[in-house]
Design a protein around this ligand. Structure first.
Ligand SMILES: Cc1cc2nc3c(=O)[nH]c(=O)nc-3n(C[C@H](O)[C@H](O)[C@H](O)COP(=O)(O)OP(=O)(O)OC[C@H]3O[C@@H](n4cnc5c(N)ncnc54)[C@H](O)[C@@H]3O)c2cc1C
Length: 352
């Protein structure tokens, strides 16, 4: 079994054959930087100092370029060690009050927010508590240990009932079943809080928040938390959706923009429908709208982005090219689950 050693901390662990380095690290209790776990978002990019890694089918994942791979960078959520390796990366220590828990929960209620979006309110056991930072996500644990990730849409201050906003992504997968068969009272198991996408309250900079579709959910949690604690920093929230029907909290956000000084709400529609007109807001891709407004001043902001992988990739490349310092960009990429990606790879292979 290959041994993986982290530099500079010297922490080490072993991985099973063809097991991604990140999976082995998480199993060993080391929380290395990561987000999508699907090879897209590049949050887990790290430099391989010695030894060699490989990817499933020998193919580079979408989130890394050939030049980066040649420079010995690797995406740890996909790469597996062929021999003992040393990797330059650091464990992210969660705040002392945040502990990852594996808990049963019950659906308290469900509320249809849009045609394909459901708010699901999860009630935890009375004696249990899930402390999290606004912006983090939970995994639903399915039979066979499969996982489906969903951001927490409620704020830490909202109490013991957690809300998630679920877009129906599949017909028969977890989200399809949730829409068709689950009801108030259904039992589920979650693990969390997970991820490093949380609001950096200690930063002095104003925040640009960019959500695509249900990517609004973790930003909602951050916003609600900031409202609760009376934070006054300037915040601009851009919410991208296809049509105005998908802006399922448009009224609440418009009201917040009226009553909370320094908060701007900018909805952006990519496919305004006939019924949307006259649409007086913005149209096009949400990240493009932000760039039009802030091309010259991005370095003065912290950027929080969550939603579809394509949106996150565009932001990672274009915003940094336009002067946003990498360390001021925080994001969660709403990617396919690891077992779904593996099944898609398998199908592709069998199609040839
Ligand atoms: C960190 C993180 C946070 C997330 N937070 C949220 C959230 O708050 N709300 C939310 O709605 N989603 C969120 N997602 C995405 C969500 O996890 C997937 O949509 C979900 O795993 C789909 O599960 P499924 O079993 O229904 O589909 P699967 O059975 O896994 O897939 C079946 C088919 O559905 C489609 N599909 C599956 N996943 C996606 C996807 N991500 N994008 C496009 N098509 C897909 C594909 O056609 C796929 O072949 C998040 C993802 C990550 C990684």
């Amino acid at each position: 079994m290959p041994r993986i050693t982290l530099v500079p901390t010297g922490q080490s662990f072993t991985s099973a054959a063809c097991e991604p380095v990140l999976t082995a690290a998480l199993r060993a209790g080391l929380n290395l930087p990561h987000s999508c776990k699907g090879g897209h978002c590049a949050s887990c990019r790290a430099r391989i100092l010695t030894g060699d890694v490989e990817y499933p089918e020998g193919r580079l994942p979408a989130g890394i370029t050939a030049a980066e791979a040649e420079g010995r960078y690797a995406l740890l959520c996909q790469a597996y060690a062929l021999e003992d390796v040393t990797v330059e990366t650091r464990e992210i220590r969660p705040a002392p009050e945040v502990e990852v828990r594996n808990l049963p929960c019950r659906i308290e209620r469900m509320e249809r927010l849009a045609d394909d979006v459901m708010a699901v309110f999860l009630k935890l056991p009375a004696v249990e508590d899930l402390r999290f930072r606004a912006g983090q996500y939970v995994d639903f644990i399915l039979p066979g240990g499969r996982r489906r990730s969903f951001s927490i849409a409620s704020a830490p201050a909202d109490g013991r009932v957690l809300a998630v906003h679920v877009r129906r992504a599949s017909e028969h997968g977890f989200t399809g079943q949730l829409f068709d068969t689950m009801r108030a009272g259904s039992l589920l198991r979650i693990e969390g809080p997970l991820g490093q996408f949380w609001f950096r309250a200690e930063s002095p900079r104003p925040a640009l928040m960019i959500g695509g579709g249900t990517g609004y959910a973790p930003l909602r949690s951050m916003l609600r938390q900031l409202l609760t604690v009376g934070d006054r920093r300037p915040i601009e929230l851009y919410w991208g959706a296809r049509t105005s029907y998908d802006l399922y909290e448009h009224t609440w956000l418009s009201n917040v923009a009226v009553v909370r000084p320094g908060f701007e709400y900018r909805p952006v529609l990519s496919e305004p429908a006939r019924e949307d007109f006259p649409w007086t807001g913005r149209a096009g891709f949400v990240h493009a709208a932000v760039l039009r407004d802030h091309a010259g001043d991005l370095e003065g902001f912290d950027v929080y982005a969550s939603g579809p992988p394509a949106m996150i990739e565009a932001i990672r490349h274009e915003f940094v090219a336009q002067g946003l310092p990498r360390e001021q960009l925080f994001f969660d990429s709403f990617d396919y689950a690891p077992d779904t990606l593996a099944a898609m790879r398998h199908d592709r292979r069998n199609a040839y």
